[in-house]
Design a protein around this ligand. Structure first.
Ligand code: PLP
Length: 234
């Protein structure tokens, strides 16, 4: 019988791998976002108890439920929406999350700004479909400029940077050119906006490559929590 690895141990291992990848590339270690989608609230609580404070969710409803369940016992956790945002969920997303990584069109910017209290501005990343993949979320690289200007003009939003999910590939090395293009886009944006400091890229199977190419935040699920349970109905 195998003993499942304790959450604290998995967290330690992932942080070690992040540090090693950053050291090898001569870069600062990026922040770690624990992607807890489809993981039970208890798994989030266990990782939070081990010291992890920032969590990412894909579904607005699921994020709201976990935040509400943990607020009393674990105050101060930071919640990020990393999944595609439907316009009809923007109001709830604006009230629930500290960050949204998946802003990719003008209507979502308008909706988030309308429902967010400007006294507590929402941190926004623009999701970029850097490889022009058909049918994928994310704005085209050519659209970043206009969308960034729209976010920057909203007092209820803070433009923090860019996010991408490269085309899945069994060999993470094949994603390097996409990460490199994201870094170039990010540097261009950071030169124009003082608030831009976050490049969100890299997941369980490719984060060392993303770190080498300049990620400042990696989004990791499976390597921290183990495989995701099947999605519950309802
Ligand atoms: C699920 C997900 C992740 C984490 O993926 P893992 O491969 O489990 O690390 C990161 N980012 C987004 C947008 C996701 O949907």
């Amino acid at each position: 019988m195998t003993t499942p690895t304790a959450p604290a141990e998995r967290l330690h291992q992932v942080l070690e791998r992040i540090r090693a990848a950053a050291a090898a590339a001569g870069r600062e270690p990026p922040a770690l976002l624990a992607v807890s989608k489809m993981q039970p609230t208890e798994a989030v609580a266990a990782l939070a108890a081990a010291g992890q404070a920032a969590f990412g969710e894909n579904y607005v409803q699921e994020g709201m439920a976990k935040r509400a369940a943990l607020e009393a016992t674990l105050p101060g956790l930071e919640w990020h929406l990393v999944g595609h945002l439907q316009s009809n969920k923007a109001a709830q997303a604006a009230r629930t999350f500290d960050w949204v990584h998946s802003v990719d069109r003008p209507s979502v910017v308008t909706a988030l700004a309308r429902h967010r209290d400007p006294a507590r501005p929402l941190n926004v990343l623009l999701q970029v479909n850097v490889e022009h993949e058909a049918g994928k979320s994310g704005c085209a690289p050519e659209a970043v400029e206009a969308l960034a200007a729209q976010v920057a003009a909203e007092p209820a939003l803070v433009l923090r940077g860019l996010m991408s999910i490269p085309v899945p590939h069994p060999d993470p090395e094949q994603r390097r050119p996409a990460f490199r293009r994201m870094k170039a886009l990010f540097d261009g944006l950071a030169a124009r906006y003082r608030t831009v400091d976050t490049l969100s890229m890299g997941m369980s199977d490719d984060f060392p490559v993303a770190i080498a190419e300049g990620a400042t935040l990696v989004r990791i699920g499976t390597a921290l929590f183990g495989p995701r349970p099947p999605r519950q109905s309802g």
